[in-house]
Design a protein around this ligand. Structure first.
Ligand code: A3P
Length: 303
């Protein structure tokens, strides 16, 4: 979400959310023309798409999938950034760039289902959807807005809370994002995982992903993937932690992609009234959706 801008020398450039076919893109970062081409990209069975609403652990999946490709050997990842090896679908410059990427082509994306390659519906390629409880998404996104120069700085938490509830952010409405992808899951080769289950038991999620992608890793190689994908290790790994993003886009003095990496941080920001309101909206919007979320660390501890 934070790369691919052509304005690194243009201090005065103003990034704005612009509505394109019912979805807000960031002007100067995303090109509507390129986003529209994605639908027709030809998909191969080996293609993998990691789909997330912002702040749901995209960077985490980039690290896990990158390490899986090199069978857990972190030294083999030193030459290139994860975001270059597993780029953003919405930042691709042309179909040629997509076509010529080395196989397996692995991409991440925040785009809603309607923009994604048509071939996915014919069960070509694979989709991994990562969901995170939306209260923690909201808080993580609030902090992100404070240091992301391409996003409007919120006046305060209340201001951002309103924006998020209205879907007035890049990614639009969290509820619509998760619903749009999950309601089409049977049309695709689709794996649904949550941020919270990764926090609870990273090893079993890594195994699940490896099996979904048909990767044969030894137990030791799987251990290496898990060990190199912990919050602490990733925070200090420049290949993985997005610290390379230029200051014009992210003010690294004010924040970090690898911020807290926990479950239940929303409790430090939500007022009781905001929590009640959120719960009401959640119940209404998710009433027909068979998904459950973990909202607090205490729910992760098995007695
Ligand atoms: P917080 O801001 O709550 O800490 P994305 O890549 O989609 O923008 O997601 C970023 C969020 O994922 C941040 O959440 C970040 O800390 C968290 N994250 C990334 N890697 C993680 C890891 N290895 N363990 C736990 N959380 C991780």
């Amino acid at each position: 979400m934070a790369e691919g801008c052509d304005h690194s020398s243009c201090e005065a450039f103003e990034y704005k959310l612009v509505l394109h076919r019912g979805f807000k893109l960031i002007s100067g970062i995303h090109s509507p023309e390129v986003v529209d081409q994605i639908h027709n990209f030809e998909i191969q069975d080996s293609d993998v798409f990691v789909i997330t609403y912002p702040k749901s652990g995209t960077i985490w999946l980039q690290q896990i999938l990158r390490l899986m490709e090199v069978k857990g050997d972190v030294t083999a990842t030193n030459d290139q950034l994860n975001s270059e090896c597993i780029p953003w679908m919405e930042l691709i410059k042309s179909e040629q760039q997509f076509v010529s990427a080395p196989s397996p082509r692995i991409h991440v994306s925040h785009l809603p289902y309607k923009f994604m390659p048509f071939g996915l519906k014919q069960k070509k390629g694979k989709v991994i959807y990562v969901a995170r409880n939306p209260k923690d998404v909201l808080v993580s996104y609030f902090h992100f807005h404070k240091y992301a120069n391409m996003l409007e700085t919120p006046k305060d938490f209340d201001d951002f809370f309103e924006k998020f509830m209205k879907g007035n952010v890049f990614g639009d409405c969290w509820f619509e994002h998760v619903k749009s992808w999950c309601s089409h899951k049977d049309e695709m080769n689709f794996l649904y995982i949550t941020y919270e289950e990764m926090i609870k038991d990273l090893r079993s999620v890594v195994e699940k992903i490896a099996s979904f992608l048909g990767k044969n890793l030894t137990p030791q190689q799987l251990n290496n993937v898990v060990e190199q994908s912990t919050f602490k290790i990733m925070k200090n790994n420049p290949q993985a932690n997005y610290q390379h993003i230029p200051d014009i886009l992210l003010n690294h003095k004010l924040g970090s992609f690898m911020r807290k990496g926990t479950v239940g941080d929303w409790k430090t920001c939500f007022t009781e009234a905001q929590n009640e309101r959120f719960d009401k909206v959640y119940q209404q919007k998710m009433k027909d959706v068979p998904l459950t979320f973990i909202w607090d660390m205490s729910e992760l501890i098995t007695p």
